[in-house]
Design a protein around this ligand. Structure first.
Ligand code: GLN
Length: 199
């Protein structure tokens, strides 16, 4: 069973732990560099990306996170977590950094303010069956992707899910819906990645 960490600096950590467990992974919160060595995959939760960025630097995990992602650790970021995986933010706040890993440019709060949050059915490439219920809360969208990144979903012409190699990102929050298919997709990515070693 793959062990998947959830970066537990700020945001909806608990919801991701529950969703990952429901998708047959062993899930645990991680915040220290040493803990990063013990996981097969990592989720970057929704929350507030500037806060997560600053806490990651403060806790000394930003550079270790970058190194692990560069080495191919499977990662999944939702909303603020998507922003953390972007190689570039269109409108960063001062002092805001990202881990990077996906060749994309994101626009923060692109869908509007907190009170303009909404839900919409989203078809996600690789998720079988009915569309996913997308929960968008002050969500970013992806302005553009580079050649290496694959668009998995759009909403009203805006890119809201992207994959590049072992990195997956969604503007929306499957961890809030009780539908664990997107987490299952990620757990499959983690399993596929660790198969060679465990054979
Ligand atoms: N708007 C937030 C940010 O910039 C993201 C919101 C969310 O994760 N729900 O980080």
């Amino acid at each position: 069973t793959p062990v998947i960490g959830v970066l537990a600096l700020q945001g909806d950590v608990r919801e991701h732990l529950i969703a990952l467990a429901a998708a047959d992974a062993v899930a645990r919160p991680v915040r220290r560099p040493e803990e990063l060595a013990e996981i097969d995959g990592l989720v970057l939760p929704g929350g507030e990306s500037t806060t997560i960025s600053k806490l990651a630097v403060l806790f000394g995990v930003m550079d270790p996170l970058r190194a692990r992602v560069r080495d191919g650790l499977p990662v999944y970021g939702t909303c603020a977590g998507m922003i953390m995986l972007a190689d570039k933010i269109l409108d960063p706040r001062s002092g805001q950094e990202t881990i990077g890993g996906i060749d994309m440019i994101v626009r923060r709060n692109a869908f509007g303010r907190q009170n303009e949050s909404f839900e919409a059915a989203v078809h996600v490439e690789g998720v079988p069956g009915e569309p996913v219920e997308g929960v968008f809360i002050r969500a970013p969208w992806v302005e553009s992707v580079g050649a290496g990144a694959e668009v998995l979903a759009e909403h009203e012409g805006h890119i809201v899910a992207v994959r590049q190699g072992n990195a997956l990102a969604t503007s929306f929050h499957p961890e809030l819906t009780g539908d664990h298919r997107v987490h299952a997709l990620f757990v499959d990515m983690v399993r596929a990645n660790r198969t060679p070693e465990s054979l």
